[in-house]
Design a binder for this molecule. Structure first.
Ligand SMILES: Nc1ncnc2c1ncn2[C@@H]1O[C@H](COP(=O)(O)OP(=O)(O)OP(=O)(O)O)[C@@H](O)[C@H]1O
Length: 209
């Protein structure tokens, strides 16, 4: 469950203040946030992830106002409840696919069995490269590993920053379907930000910034 109200943000030493529209998502609802380059999509996503702090406004995730949490509580909250799919891939190149997932579980301070990791690898068609180093796998596999890393700890909120912009039509469809499937599994909220108009039809709720 995500609610925002009167959310504004200003980067240090910049005059522009961003004002974001209200968001009100019930359990398991998804949202597509569209908008042209530079309008503030990534900024909004980083606010929702607690990576930036709002200038004003409320930001509730599962009834916790994350804008009021201390840095350490926010880190713990993010580790437990939020899954981030970044534009830039965040896997560790020198580790294998499996080791990356084990490392993510460790850093999220949670417990996930090796069997559960295998299940996720099967769902995302990554079993063949389970023991491969990240710098030896294909772009598509890397994209799917990004999804696996963002959902391995069963977050209540999945936030994806431009997950499809560099993909062809078929892979674009696959990635959105996988994100939606992973969100559905946990009744999680899925929020995708993009300027990729191809994925509009996959979402009932959309906001254009
Ligand atoms: N760390 C930062 N410090 C200062 N200004 C920033 C910072 N990050 C982004 N900005 C500025 O804020 C504005 C919005 O950036 P943001 O990345 O949120 O846009 P966006 O809509 O996601 O763009 P794109 O679609 O190109 O990724 C831009 O003008 C950008 O230069």
């Amino acid at each position: 469950m995500i609610q925002t109200d009167n959310l504004t943000f200003q980067y240090t030493n910049k005059s522009q203040t961003f004002s974001f529209p209200k968001i009100d998502l019930k359990e398991s609802e998804s949202l597509l946030i569209l908008g042209k380059s530079g309008i503030g999509k990534t900024t909004l996503l980083h606010l929702l992830a607690g990576l930036l702090r709002p200038k004003t406004g409320a930001l509730l995730i599962n009834n916790t106002d994350i804008s009021n949490l201390s840095n350490s509580k926010l880190d713990a909250f993010r580790g437990k409840h939020i899954g981030l799919v970044f534009q830039k891939k965040h896997a560790i190149p020198s580790l294998s696919v499996f080791e990356n997932l084990k490392a993510r579980v460790y850093f999220c301070n949670t417990k996930v069995s090796d069997n559960t990791i295998d299940e996720l690898l099967k769902e995302l068609d990554l079993m063949d490269c389970k023991q491969s180093k990240v710098n030896e796998i294909s772009e598509g596999q890397l994209q799917r590993l990004g999804i696996a890393l963002s959902v391995i700890h069963n977050p209540q909120v999945i936030l994806a920053d431009e997950p499809t912009s560099s993909l062809d039509d078929e892979n674009c469809k696959t990635v959105i379907s996988l994100l939606k499937k992973q969100a559905k599994k946990n009744n999680a909220n899925l929020i995708v930000i993009t300027h990729d108009q191809r994925i509009k039809s996959f979402f009932q709720n959309t906001i254009t910034l």
